[in-house]
Design a protein around this ligand. Structure first.
Ligand code: NI
Length: 132
């Protein structure tokens, strides 16, 4: 994609904020940081407007607790049309780490993530919102 240049006017304080953002996130330059911020905003809008989006649901759970494996599986089957792939790793004797890649309408993906994260036995759960 062709790159266009443009001039940006910012108050000194705002520019300092941008530069500290660039530094703390290890961006190579201001352009890369701005690209990242615009992308974040775009993804957030797409999720708010219920567009087709993609993402990942990350779950850490105790597979001994409350039949979590069976219930989690049941929920995933209900939403099978949204699930692209899933990866299950046995972290240790009790805990499993599951990463479920998803694509579909934002609201449905949020419902699926909420249902999985709310299951008893889930220690940590997060929906990573990205886009297609
Ligand atoms: Ni496991």
């Amino acid at each position: 994609m062709a790159v266009k240049r443009f001039g940006v006017s910012l108050e000194e304080e705002t520019l300092e904020l941008l530069d500290s953002y660039v530094q703390s996130n290890q961006f190579p330059n201001r352009s890369q940081a701005l690209r990242h911020l615009i992308e974040l905003h775009t993804v957030e809008k797409k999720w708010q407007c219920n567009n087709e989006v993609a993402g990942a649901i990350v779950l850490v759970y105790d597979h001994h607790k409350n039949d979590m494996s069976r219930q989690g599986n049941e929920v995933q089957h209900q939403y099978h049309h949204l699930i692209l792939a899933s990866q299950h790793i046995h972290l240790n004797h009790e805990l499993c780490l599951e990463t479920i890649s998803v694509k579909g309408q934002a609201r449905e993906l949020t419902d699926l993530a909420d249902k999985l994260i709310a299951l008893k036995g889930v220690k940590h759960g997060k929906l990573v919102m990205s886009r297609t």
